[in-house]
Design a protein. Structure first.
Length: 225
């Protein structure tokens, strides 16, 4: 019996998004957890491009998943499920910004960027406690620097450089042209300076996993109708 259950679980994990969606709509609500775990990281980075506080981003993610569940029957497979989900997330994030009317942009702090540049040049032979602390500080400074970007540049940078989505996906998520994505990305890189651009492919930035991932999944699953 346990072997059969294990096989079923493995089959679900390997199923495509379309197959998982179809099974959820057929009544297997518990499989929604699988979709959340697949796209928690991507969705977090998308909404985090608009909401600068981590707890605000988590709230937006929960609202997004609940809204997506309600609209799941509307998913027509014309785009990737992740793109469809991110677009819902962006609309939720924008809605929260409009509600609170407290979002303000700040100028790039050149002194802080210079600090990042110095830290990036510090190469260490091994991951000793000091080098680990330095890497952690670099990541924190990078996140703060990205937060200083104007919204339209920041979200493009987050989706393309941090999350690694291709130009077409970013354009679909934001409903703009690919050429517009390229222009905004170029401007974002210029604002972040050369020292930050060297870290633009760092996939550890704005991580969303472990306990945070488990907590969000549990909250959403409990709230599902």
């Amino acid at each position: 019996m346990e072997k059969v259950e294990h096989t079923a679980a493995s089959s679900s994990t390997q199923a495509t998004d379309a197959e998982v969606v179809a099974r959820i709509l057929a009544g297997e609500k518990e499989l929604y957890e699988l979709l959340m775990r697949r796209y928690n990281q991507k969705l977090y980075r998308a909404v985090r491009g608009f909401l600068r506080e981590g707890h605000d981003a988590e709230d937006a993610m929960q609202d997004t998943y609940l809204a997506a569940y309600e609209k799941l029957h509307q998913f027509r497979h014309e785009a990737l499920f992740s793109t469809w989900l991110v677009r819902i997330g962006i609309n939720v994030a924008l809605g929260k910004l409009r509600e609170r009317k407290r979002y303000a942009l700040g100028p790039l702090a050149d002194d802080r960027l210079r600090e990042v540049g110095k830290l990036l040049l510090q190469e260490t032979a091994s991951l000793n406690p000091e080098s680990i602390a330095i890497r952690k500080e670099v990541k924190q400074l990078l996140e703060k620097a990205i937060d200083c970007l104007p919204e339209k540049y920041r979200v493009v940078y987050m989706l393309r450089e941090v999350e690694g989505m291709n130009l077409r996906e970013v354009a679909q998520c934001l409903d703009i042209s690919e050429s517009n994505v390229k222009v905004r990305l170029h401007r974002a890189r210029a604002l972040l300076k050369e020292c930050l651009y060297k870290l633009s492919v760092n996939r550890e930035v704005y991580e969303f996993g472990f306990r945070r991932c488990d907590r969000l999944v549990e909250n959403v699953m409990k709230a599902l109708p």
